[in-house]
Design a protein around this ligand. Structure first.
Ligand code: SF4
Ligand code: SF4
Length: 261
């Protein structure tokens, strides 16, 4: 739809500008986790209203070169996704954490008070995710076919009842008890972003003030709060900083590569 083509880039501008704002707020220690809920609600609403910035879908359409479905020109989509990739290299996965409507809905679902299944087998999740990513690439580049269509993201945000949207709804219900199953097992753009996130310039770091109480490790849903974890799967959810009892023990700052200061 022509109107959507003009509006969809706004979703990416929203994400890119606010990633910069969040990077500054986290780095300067001014971030208040309460504001995160508001961002999650806005991002989820943008998914329903303008289907943007739904990066997994737009990344897929870029890979299969389906510009008709993309809703933004190939160039705008490619540049936006590349800028988000570069920003992830600077400050980690703020996009996944707060701005992707698919991630936002799963994060909100996990806030629902319900029994939680601990899924700390980070390496097993990452291995499955990389296999799914390879299948996605082969389907897109060799067969011109779209893996994500089976997960119904597009139909779900268009409020259209299809087999795919039911699959996505089930995944969303699952995210009330398992942390972000779609992001951690399926999303091709998330798999791509985990690469720069693992070496980002800024990341959450434990300092000498840390008393090794390990509360951060206990609350981290993705097993990324240990001192030498690479943070490839860290969604900057803030659960670790919230429970840390020592001021200055856990800071968002330049990566120390295992060194303490
Ligand atoms: S992993 Fe994918 S679905 Fe999840 S937040 Fe990131 S881009 Fe969105
Ligand atoms: S608890 Fe901390 S380390 Fe774990 S995902 Fe959230 S912000 Fe990242």
């Amino acid at each position: 739809m022509a109107g959507y083509s003009l509006i969809r880039p706004l979703g990416f501008f929203y994400a890119i500008i606010l990633i910069l704002v969040l990077t500054y707020l986290w780095y300067s220690g001014r971030w208040k986790q309460r504001a995160g809920i508001l961002l999650l609600l806005i991002s989820a609403a943008l998914g329903f209203l303008i289907f943007s910035p739904v990066a997994p879908h737009q990344f897929q359409e870029l890979m299969v070169r389906n510009t008709a479905s993309l809703g933004v020109t190939l160039m705008v989509a490619a540049i936006s996704l590349f800028i988000i990739f570069l920003l992830t290299l600077v400050s980690g996965r703020f996009f996944c954490g707060y701005f992707c409507p698919v991630g936002a809905l799963q994060e909100l679902a996990f806030l629902v008070p319900a029994y939680k299944i601990q899924t700390k087998q980070k390496h097993a999740f990452m291995a499955v995710h990389m296999i799914v990513f390879l299948i996605f690439l082969v389907m897109a580049l060799v067969l011109s076919s779209s893996l994500l269509d089976y997960f119904g993201i597009r139909d779900f945000f268009a409020l259209t009842l299809t087999a795919g949207s039911v699959v996505f709804l089930v995944m969303l219900l699952l995210s009330a008890i398992i942390y972000r199953p779609f992001c951690r097992l399926v999303c091709p753009y998330g798999a791509l972003l985990s690469l720069p996130a693992g070496t980002s310039f800024l990341a959450l770091q434990r300092t000498k003030a840390c008393i090794n109480c390990r509360r951060c490790e206990a609350v981290c849903p993705v097993n990324e709060a240990k001192r030498d974890d690479r943070k490839a799967e860290c969604y900057l959810c803030g659960r670790c900083t919230d429970v840390c009892p020592e001021p200055g023990a856990l800071l968002f700052r330049r990566r120390q590569n295992g060194k303490q200061d």
